[in-house]
Design a protein around this ligand. Structure first.
Ligand code: ATP
Length: 349
């Protein structure tokens, strides 16, 4: 009864504070907010545009199309807050949008953060969330939240491996008995793939394209392993020699070539994680395999590529963009159990 009243007045929130996307879940309701982690502000006054509303989807529409006086800023880079003030304003806006406050109560919040962030960086997340209106704050490692969201039996005495390929970081972890036993984090992820595509097209076609176009190409025809039927797309950019707009047709084979180095670096990071694990547990991985999550897992044939190069079964989660957020939602449902395991701070409820 008390729980229901509290849920109505001030629902608990789960937040996946990602480099590219921020997702918020409410206890019992699943994902209620999914917005780009971007803020648009005036360069001169540093005020957020649209009376503080140019955040998320609205700000993303402005990327690359802003006049010189406006900048679209991502307050998080490689999973770590780089602009505290902006992050706090963004979180405040998202929290209010997801769960408008009633009665002045502060919600309990579970936030997923990269596993290898420093104590100072953790403190920045606490402070930003607290100033944005959160009450008691619990931090959970992104890889653990992803494992829970993907339904892995992480409480069992068995090795389970997860690899979350996000926008700014790829987090790989092996978990057993509810804890991370080995992990690696690399900055090779979706953003670096976009840069690789942009550079490839500049070198191969002398065509200059923006990072947003490179991302669109990745989503439209990107793949990690050969496709049954290869794809192509028309790309518009600026001729690097004449400076005149020009078109070119790019194939999925070419994009695969552009992405191969990034993918090999991710394979290297997964192998390092395995090497850092107790040999007793490594044996389990031949059966339990690897689960891929994060937006990067949507690259066509990603499962096939990693399976071929790691020699263990690989499964892509059904909805990899929401796995971490769904993991935080499950933690909210069982907060009495999980809160003993979280790193917590805040005013309490
Ligand atoms: N279909 C797709 N194919 C390939 N990549 C995709 C696809 N859809 C989205 N992505 C990429 O997924 C990335 C975003 O994933 P995600 O939302 O999991 O990252 P994030 O949680 O914001 O980042 P991080 O975990 O690094 O903080 C972007 O780089 C985006 O380009």
């Amino acid at each position: 009864m008390l729980n229901r009243l509290r849920d109505w007045l001030c629902p608990d929130l789960g937040i996946d504070l990602g480099t590219v996307n921020t997702l918020i879940t409410l206890r019992g309701q699943g994902v209620v907010l999914n917005e780009p982690t971007i803020v648009a502000r005036s360069k001169e006054t540093r005020q957020i545009l649209g009376r503080g509303a140019a955040i998320g989807k609205l700000a993303k529409q402005m990327v690359g199309r802003t006049p010189g006086s406006i900048e679209a800023v991502r307050p998080i880079k490689h999973g770590v807050i780089t602009d505290f003030h902006l992050c706090e304003q963004m979180l405040n806006y998202f929290i209010r949008k997801a769960a408008p406050p009633k009665g002045g109560l502060r919600p309990r919040v579970v936030i997923a953060v990269p596993s290898e962030i420093s104590p100072v960086e953790k403190r920045a997340v606490f402070n930003s969330a607290e100033r944005a209106g959160a009450g008691r704050i619990y931090l959970i490692e992104e890889a653990k939240a992803a494992s829970i969201g993907a339904g892995l039996p992480i409480s069992e005495p068995l090795a389970n491996m997860i690899c979350d390929i996000g926008g700014g970081t790829t987090e790989t972890a092996i978990l057993s008995l509810g804890e991370i036993v080995a992990s690696q984090s690399t900055r090779v992820a979706g953003d670096e793939m976009n840069e690789a595509i942009r550079d490839y097209i500049r070198q191969r076609y002398s065509l200059r394209i923006g990072i947003g176009t490179a991302e669109q190409i990745k989503i439209e025809i990107g793949s990690a392993a050969p496709l049954a039927s290869e794809l192509n797309t028309e790309v518009r950019g600026l001729d690097g020699i004449s400076g005149i707009p020009r078109k070119a047709t790019i194939t999925s084979e070419e994009i695969r070539e552009a992405l191969v180095e990034c993918l090999w670096k991710i394979v290297g990071s997964i192998k390092l994680t395995i090497e850092g694990c107790d040999p007793e547990l490594i044996g389990d991985l031949a059966d339990t395999g690897l689960v891929l999550t994060g937006g990067g897992a949507l690259l066509r044939n990603a499962g096939q590529f990693f399976q071929e190069h790691l020699g263990i079964p690989v499964r892509v989660d059904d909805e990899p963009l929401t796995t971490v957020a769904r993991g935080t939602a499950i933690c909210l449902e069982h907060l009495h159990y999980w809160r003993k395991k979280f790193q917590t701070e805040g005013a309490g409820f």
